[in-house]
Design a protein. Sequence first.
Length: 74
Amino acid sequence: MYFFDEFVNATNPKAGCGSLRCSPSPIESHLGNPGMLQGLGLPALWRVGDDLFSERLTQLLNTFWIVSIALKRL
């Protein structure tokens, strides 16, 4: 569970929150559209198919996992 706590909090999603709404975190932006710059609107995650969503989430999890292992060895 520690891994997922760190994964979700790694991008500090609450840092972009204003008084009315929060901008999407980098994780949400990547899942919705990897080519979209963060903060340009909420990604339409419901429009992303299951296979594409799974592929993007896998990329994020694998990247975070490898980086977290490498940091522990330094």
